[in-house]
Design a protein around this ligand. Structure first.
Ligand SMILES: Cc1cc2nc3c(=O)[nH]c(=O)nc-3n(C[C@H](O)[C@H](O)[C@H](O)COP(=O)(O)OP(=O)(O)OC[C@H]3O[C@@H](n4cnc5c(N)ncnc54)[C@H](O)[C@@H]3O)c2cc1C
Length: 486
């Protein structure tokens, strides 16, 4: 059996050891696989890639492509409802491995790339399109699929003046733009944000955001391309790490799932034509995510991940209720039931989207969009509420969290005695609340909250887009019918 469409974790980590320019803690990183703030997150992802070779998971998270090569399921071009269900099962499996806490597993970007490649005729439809762009996309998808590459993406230009931005203009000094065009490709300068998993990815997609105004002033900013992270002139400027080198006991999530976010700076970066998919075409950029259905396939991956995360939050809250003996208290039950209902809402939306999957305009299958749009607009509100409930239930126990070392030092007797709970010994209680702390209080947990609020887009834009595409006419008609009835 050919296995070359799925990499091992070792192959992935070796691939990160290149000339990439990553900055963190005031210094340039020599090797991201050795940097203490980044490496454990990359090792976690390496472990996940290894699971593609584990027969327990392989059936779900991989498939045999038409070329006979075993690839990650997120690359499967869906031609039936069964394919949609297979993709969904794979997304959910990947998400369960981190309980949704490693948000940016490679299946997210694979979903988008698959959608672009399987609708690549779209790329021939612009005023400035070349047939080559469509072929470039198919070639790129196949290169990423067959080499099991890990991608990040950056959609937004940094904003200097929000007034200027609201008029649809970019700051020439900072927004990523084309500075030169040659027979071989283009040169770009400027910055983009934000690249989650950027330092530990193989490649970066620099795709359009959906807010370009159609006038020619925006032409230098209107493109879609993808290049390796280690391209000369490209640098990533990271936030502080949340992996503070603690043990898995002391920091169960941040010691494992630090996926790092970075602002990306391009200094006269060369992009060859074969890696360009849209060029100098604001209108095509604006249509790209919707017309290719990339947004729907990404939202499918996201909904599966959010289900795994919501289930995890239910499990955590129930574990705390059980440990404290408050699982008989109606108020506690009511708070947890609220989170259970959120999880079941996401499950129902996902079920509805998958069961009502249908053929799209490109001859592929896609999940029904509206339940996934509903899910991606609801979860940014749900997750902060889940965290709030955890804080309300946890209270000072979230602070009563001695470290692992305190179980084997001079104060271990005190810790064993004073940290026990009715249904849990001290060590297990501290472990449980340290997990809750990492979700609800730690820097890692706060970033998770921010991620859920924003990673798919600004709430005011996402909500307004939901309003725009919602089928309103029939409902308005009913009001008019009532008002006009005799
Ligand atoms: C943890 C994290 C990870 C991310 N990862 C990625 C990634 O991998 N790739 C990527 O491309 N992007 C990523 N993003 C960026 C994300 O796409 C943006 O945060 C999101 O689109 C919002 O844009 P912004 O941050 O510029 O906020 P802004 O546009 O500055 O908005 C800030 C707030 O103001 C509100 N607001 C702004 N303008 C208006 C207005 N006119 N009227 C009313 N309200 C308004 C917004 O709704 C929001 O609440 C990530 C973000 C976070 C927080």
């Amino acid at each position: 059996m050919l296995n070359n469409g799925i990499r091992t974790g070792k192959q992935y980590l070796e691939g990160l050891q290149d000339d990439r320019e990553i900055w963190t803690k005031g210094e340039r990183v020599k090797d991201v696989t050795k940097d203490l703030g980044i490496k454990r997150g990359a090792e976690t992802l390496a472990g996940f890639l290894d699971r593609q070779h584990d027969l327990k998971f392989q059936e779900t998270v991989t498939y045999l492509d038409d070329d006979g090569i075993r690839c990650a399921t997120s690359n499967l071009i869906p031609k039936s409802k069964d394919d949609i269900l297979k993709r969904g099962k794979s997304f959910y499996e990947w998400a369960k491995w981190s309980n949704g806490m490693f948000g940016r597993t490679p299946d997210y970007k694979n979903a988008s790339l698959m959608a672009f490649a399987s609708s690549s005729n779209f790329l021939t439809q612009g005023t400035n399109s070349q047939t080559a762009f469509s072929q470039n996309m198919v070639n790129y998808y196949n290169e990423m699929r067959l080499n099991d590459k890990v991608l990040t993406h950056t959609l937004l230009n940094p904003v200097v003046s929000h007034q200027q931005a609201s008029e649809g203009k970019f700051s020439e000094d900072v927004a990523l733009h084309v500075v030169k065009e040659t027979d071989a490709g283009i040169f770009v300068t400027g910055a983009r944000l934000l690249a989650t998993l950027g330092p530990s990815s193989d490649e970066i997609e620099v795709f359009p955001s959906t807010v370009l105004k159609g006038h020619k002033d925006n032409t230098p900013y209107a493109f879609a391309f993808a290049i390796p992270i280690a391209t000369p002139g490209l640098k990533m400027i990271c936030r502080d790490t949340y992996d503070n080198e603690k043990s898995h006991f002391d920091a169960p999530l941040s010691s494992r799932y630090e996926e790092m976010d970075a602002v990306v700076v391009f200094n006269n970066v060369f992009v060859p034509w074969e890696r360009i998919f849209i060029y100098a075409d604001p209108e095509l950029c604006n249509k790209a995510m919707n017309s290719t259905n990339a947004v729907v396939h990404m939202a499918h991956q996201v909904a599966c991940g959010k289900l795994a995360k919501a289930e995890f939050m239910v499990g955590l809250l129930c574990s705390i209720a059980k440990a404290t003996g408050r699982d008989k208290d109606p108020n506690t039950k009511g708070m947890i039931a609220e989170v259970m209902m959120m999880a079941e809402t996401i499950r129902a939306l996902l079920f509805s989207a998958e069961q009502n999957s249908h053929e799209d305009q490109w001859g592929n299958f896609m999940p029904l969009r509206s339940p996934l749009d509903t899910s991606r607009n609801l979860f940014p509100k749900m997750y902060p509420r889940m965290v709030e409930i955890l804080q309300l239930m946890g209270s000072s126990s979230l602070m009563a969290t001695p470290s692992e070392a305190d179980f084997s030092n001079a104060i271990s007797g005190d810790v064993e005695k004073y940290f026990q709970l009715i249904n849990l010994g001290a060590r297990d209680r501290v472990a449980l609340y340290r997990l809750a702390h990492d979700v609800a209080v730690s820097g890692f947990g706060s970033r998770q909250n921010l991620y859920e609020r924003f990673f798919f887009g600004a709430p005011h834009i996402m909500n307004a887009a939901y309003y725009d595409i919602y089928d309103k006419d029939e409902k308005i008609g009913r009001i008019e019918e009532l008002l006009n009835s005799a």
